[in-house]
Structures are given as structure tokens and as C-alpha cells.
Design a protein around this ligand. Structure first.
Ligand code: URA
Length: 434
């Protein structure tokens, strides 16, 4: 097989066989195909797309390029969840314990934040002592005992994706829907769960800015999951406004705890209830309505919060901060961002809100930047709310006072205040199944 022929076939709109795609992925990882040829192939895919059979074959090859996690040491059905990323998205911290409290296992590997979006691993590391790196035996033990474990990505998972993503990043081929679907789903297949719930975000703070693109990505990923033998459903949810009120690592853990106590913000509670109910549905726990009432039950009786606490303790975390969130270490400085005029908030450029929070120290610009776990912001007003000139729209937290001027300016730039109230947008746009 010659890479030249495969590039030409795709460039001319042809369909590659599973054998050809497997060759291409394996030879690239082995160093037998140079970056310049793979770049040309990726660009051909960018313009020509891929069929459902091609995305499945390429995803399978990328998944098998490294370790395939075997979760058979954990009893029962395992359900995974993936969010395409957003601002204030602390849903994993809420839905994983809920699902575990309902009797379905969650053995989850999560990522770190980059750019304007946060990462679950960074959020969990704001719990003093919490270990996000566990041995395989410890990981299984935590899941078998508490029903869930959330750790960072470990081992040699999808090396082909790492290499391909780095190349896409510098060849303007990241925003190709089939390539994104291959990248995300290869990691999900390799992570070993039986069922996969995808939370595809849409809007100004999401990777996919339009509903059309988000729906197309959701459909491709659901098809890959189902064709690979994993029960898969996607929800398309709103990321045109930050989720909940808190942005930043320990601030988001605090809001997750409040939500698990039944005292969380309405939008966050609604999205988490839908995500958790769908995870239970995938695991065969009844109709969506039955699953929804199970979710409400484990929030009301406190058992979901107890699962989060149990997992944190088994992973070395100081659970006193979860029992009393006032005990979380606090930023030494705070700053109020005041409304420049009176009116309704009509737009929150959500990526801008995420960038403002990252500028306070809550996020990282490159993968090696340090994180300030206490930094971030609490939003007092969101899209649709009325504000008076001089009223506080948000409180910012940082370890250095000099960070406030630029972060506050970035935040104010992201928020539009107008005389007329805007029409509210849906929180959940749709549910995608095969
Ligand atoms: N997230 C991924 O994991 N891969 C992509 O290609 C895009 C977003």
C-alpha cells in the first residue's frame, strides 16, 4: 500500500477501505508515514469528508493504536460520559456520583483544562490531597467500592490521536467534523465503558459554535459508538451562556456540592438531571421518566453527595472541604465587576467569560501553565437578568490584585447590556440516538 495512492483516492472523493485506514494509522504511529503526507491526507478529509464506515474504521484503528482499557474487573455495566467542553461545565462532578448512587458504575478518565474551557481533573485537584493518578488496581477498587472513580488519562491511550491532533493543530484541520468524531470516539472506545453519553455543547463558549455543526458532530459520534458495539446517546446542550454561576476550579467543586444537595442553580440542575437520567437509561435502568425520578431521589436523600465524598476520600482527598465548602482555601483578593449601564444582559460571549476566568489564574494557556485552584469568578447576573448601573455583575477571585484590570475588561467586553430583554434560549436542544 502506498500513502500517495491513499491521499489521491481521498483527494478525488473516493472511499477508503478499513484495511487502508488501518494501514495509514498504524504506519503513521510507527513513523513510516511522514507528517507532510499525513497533512495532505487530513486536508483531503477536511474537504471531502468521510463515510460512516470510514469514520468507524479510522476510529477503531486509532483506539487500538495504544492500550484498550479492560474494565471487566469492575462488576456491572459501566457508563462513560463525555462533554465537548465549555465554561462552568462541572457536570461530571455531579452526574458521576448521581449515577453511582443509582447503582451504575462510572470508571472515568477525564482531561485537564486548556484555553477558555476547564477540565474535570483540575477541578478535582482543588480538593487537597485528591490523587488523579491511580494504579489500575486502585482505580478498580475505588469503582467497585464507591461506584465511581474519576482519574486523569493514564497509560498509553490512543497514541495515534495524540500525534494526529498535534498535526491537525498546525495544519488548519482541527475543525473537521469527521476528524473530531474520530478523535473523541477513539478515546471513548479505548477507555472501555459499555455505554457512552455524549454532551455536545453548542454556542459561543463551545468548540462547535452553531447548532447545525453540533448536531452533525453528535450524529457522527453516536453512529461510531453504536457501530462499535457501545450503546451511545448524545444530548446537545447550550453553551451560549456559562453553565451555573461559578467558573474556576474550587469554585466549581463548591457549586457541584450545592447541586448535589439540591440547592444548585436551575440551569445546572436541569442539564445534570438530563445527563444522569440518560446515562441510567443507557445502562437499562428503565424509561427516561423512571431514570429522572431515580436521579431526583438520590439528590433528595443525600446519597449522591455521599458517593462524591466516598470517592474523594478513597483517592486521598480531604473530604472536610466537601462536607463544609467554607473550608476550601480562598483567594487573597476579590474584585467586583460593576455594570456600566442599566438594562438587560442580552449576550454573554461565553468564550470571553472563560478567557477572563483563565486570566485570573483559573485556566492555562499552554498545557504546562500552572493553575490557581482558588481563582475564578462568581456570576451574579446572567443573560436575561436586569442590572442597574454600578451593580455588581460578578465577583472575581485571584492571588494577585494586578490580574483584575485586564480580566475585568475582558469580561465586560463579553457582556452586552441592552434596553430590551432577549428571548431565552433552550438549555437542551435535542437528543441524538441512532
Ligand atoms: N476534542 C478532542 O478530543 N479531539 C478533537 O479533535 C477536538 C476536540
Amino acid at each position: 500500500m502506498r500513502m500517495y495512492d491513499l491521499i489521491m483516492k481521498k483527494r478525488n472523493g473516493g472511499v477508503l477501505s478499513a484495511e487502508e485506514l488501518t494501514y495509514l494509522v498504524n504506519a503513521y504511529v510507527a513513523g513510516d508515514i511522514p507528517d507532510y503526507q499525513m497533512s495532505a491526507f487530513l486536508m483531503a478529509v477536511y474537504f471531502r469528508g468521510m463515510t460512516e464506515e470510514e469514520t468507524l474504521a479510522m476510529t477503531t484503528a486509532v483506539a487500538h493504536s495504544g492500550d484498550m482499557v479492560d474494565l471487566s474487573g469492575i462488576e456491572g455495566i459501566k457508563v462513560d460520559k463525555h462533554s465537548t467542553g465549555g465554561v462552568g461545565d462541572k457536570t461530571t462532578l455531579i452526574v458521576a456520583p448521581i449515577v453511582a448512587a443509582c447503582g451504575v458504575k462510572v470508571a472515568k478518565m477525564s482531561g485537564r483544562g486548556l484555553g477558555h474551557t476547564g477540565g474535570t481533573v483540575d477541578k478535582l485537584e482543588s480538593i487537597p490531597g485528591y490523587r488523579t493518578t491511580l494504579s489500575r488496581e486502585e482505580f478498580f477498587q475505588v469503582v467497585n467500592q464507591t461506584g465511581l472513580s474519576i482519574i486523569g488519562q493514564s497509560g498509553n491511550l490512543t497514541p495515534a490521536d495524540k500525534k494526529l491532533y498535534a498535526l491537525r493543530d498546525v495544519t488548519a484541520t482541527v475543525d473537521s467534523i469527521p476528524l473530531i468524531a474520530v478523535s473523541i470516539m477513539s478515546k471513548k472506545l479505548a477507555a472501555g465503558s459499555d455505554c457512552i453519553l455524549l454532551d455536545v455543547k453548542t454556542g459561543s463558549g463551545a468548540f462547535m459554535k452553531t447548532l447545525e455543526d453540533s448536531a452533525a458532530l453528535a450524529k457522527e459520534m453516536v453512529a461510531i459508538g453504536e457501530n462499535a458495539g457501545r450503546r451511545t446517546v448524545a444530548l446537545i446542550t447550550n453553551m451560549d451562556i456559562p453553565l451555573g454561576h461559578n467558573i474556576g476550579n474550587s469554585l466549581e467543586v463548591i457549586e457541584a456540592v450545592e447541586t448535589l444537595k439540591g440547592k444548585g442553580p436551575k440551569d445546572l440542575t436541569e442539564v445534570c438531571t438530563a445527563l444522569a437520567a440518560n446515562m441510567l437509561y443507557l445502562a437499562g435502568k428503565g424509561s427516561l421518566e423512571e431514570c429522572q425520578s431515580r436521579v431526583e431521589g438520590v439528590i433528595a436523600d443525600g446519597s449522591a453527595l455521599e458517593r462524591l465524598i466516598a470517592m474523594a476520600e478513597m483517592q486521598g482527598g480531604d473530604s472536610s472541604v466537601l462536607r463544609d465548602t467554607e473550608r476550601f482555601p480562598k483567594s487573597p483578593y476579590s474584585h467586583e465587576v460593576r455594570a456600566g449601564k442599566t438594562g438587560y444582559i442580552t449576550v454573554m460571549d461565553t468564550e470571553g467569560c472563560g478567557i477572563a476566568s483563565a486570566m485570573l489564574g483559573a485556566g492555562r494557556e499552554t498545557k504546562d501553565s500552572p493553575i490557581d485552584h482558588s481563582a475564578g469568578m462568581i456570576l451574579h447576573k446572567k443573560t436575561g437578568d436586569f442590572v442597574r448601573e454600578g451593580e455588581s455583575m460578578a465577583t472575581m477571585y485571584a492571588s494577585k490584585e494586578e490580574l483584575f484590570a485586564a480580566a475585568s475588561a475582558r469580561y465586560e467586553e463579553a457582556v452586552t447590556i441592552a434596553a430590551e430583554k432577549a428571548e431565552p434560549e433552550p438549555l437542551i436542544y435535542g437528543r441524538v440516538t441512532v
